[in-house]
Design a protein around this ligand. Structure first.
Ligand SMILES: [Zn+2]
Length: 315
């Protein structure tokens, strides 16, 4: 998908219909995120079969519950940007989101992707039992002290790319599902499978499992009850933030960089800098997974788990 081949801008919008204007965001203290610290919300993703911790070498399957409408954003994956600081996997596109007239990553032909950012509850890996049932294995995680923890269900940011007309990304699936299911996916539970490295890290094949409760959209009480039924500790899922959707604010503090900062990554600004992207290493579309490891994750340093080179072609 080339720049220009996209729907109208709708940066920071929440809901299903992209807005025309997102001036609320512009001028709101841009340029943050150059330092260390948070890299944005932890993203929902699936490992390749080789890294499936539940059934080694079999396609990984996970179950998620969507907890609200998405926001939309143009974002660069930075996997192939030559001088990107360690630990940064994504950057907000300054040009396409109309934050600035110039975006050094776009100038370097590192094309951004347009995507919807959903908030989901990761219910863990799924193993179908021969008898017909299914068992959930919440993903273990590593806390700030480096200790592996038994997981509770985790709130995650799930990125569904729009893709192109001839090759839509996963967003097309969710738009279709929304139309089929009363116009709202809140409380809808899905299984998703990732068969290999070049499939999207959120999984290629999605299956609707059920909708929680009977209301459209599902209520928070219904979703809480559902998770408690699955074994969640009530005190955890009753916390105020547990069903709070991520917003553009969660992105801007960690993934919004200045054009100057971006230029340093591409090497365009430095005289004679190596690795100029004009040497043919441009990427048509980019990875957007991998940011936000502040709350741990056992695969955090495993490039295969995050998708690896080439993955971005296949959203
Ligand atoms: Zn850009």
């Amino acid at each position: 998908m080339a720049i220009g081949d996209h729907v109208s801008s709708n940066f920071g919008h929440e809901g299903w219909d992209p807005p025309e204007d997102y001036s609320e965001f512009r001028g709101d203290g841009g340029g943050g995120g150059g330092g260390g610290g948070s890299r944005g919300p932890y993203r929902f993703k699936l490992p390749v079969p080789e890294k499936n911790p539940i059934e080694r070498n079999k396609p990984a399957r996970k179950r998620v519950m969507i907890i609200g409408a998405p926001f939309y954003l143009w974002e660069h994956g930075t996997y192939k940007v030559p001088n990107v600081p360690k630990g940064i996997f994504n950057a907000i596109c300054l040009r396409q989101n109309k934050i600035s007239d110039s975006c050094a990553l776009c100038d370097g032909k590192f094309w951004p992707s347009y995507a919807a950012y959903f908030t989901v509850i990761d219910l863990g890996f799924v193993r179908y039992d021969p008898a017909g049932g299914a068992t959930l294995f919440p993903e273990p995680w590593v806390d700030k002290e480096g200790k592996q923890r038994e997981s509770q269900f985790q709130r995650r940011l799930m990125v569904a790319k729009k893709g192109g007309k001839d090759k839509p990304g996963k967003l097309a699936y969710f738009e279709d599902q929304r139309n089929r299911r009363g116009g709202d996916l809140t409380g809808c539970v899905f299984d998703t499978v990732r068969m290999g490295l070049k499939e999207p890290t959120i999984g290629e094949t999605w299956e609707f499992v059920e909708r929680v409760g009977s209301a459209v959209p599902a209520t928070i009480a219904d979703m809480q009850a559902y998770l408690i039924d699955l074994g969640a500790t009530p005190a955890d899922v009753e916390k105020d933030y547990f069903f709070q959707r991520f917003t553009i604010r969660d992105m801007e503090s960690s993934l919004l960089f200045t054009s100057e900062e971006l230029a340093q990554w591409t090497g365009v600004s430095g005289a004679g800098a190596a690795g100029h992207p004009a040497d043919g290493r441009s990427v048509r579309s980019t990875r957007t997974e991998g940011a936000g490891f502040e709350d741990g994750g056992q695969f955090r340093d495993d490039p295969d788990y995050r998708g690896g080179p080439g993955n971005g072609e296949n959203w």
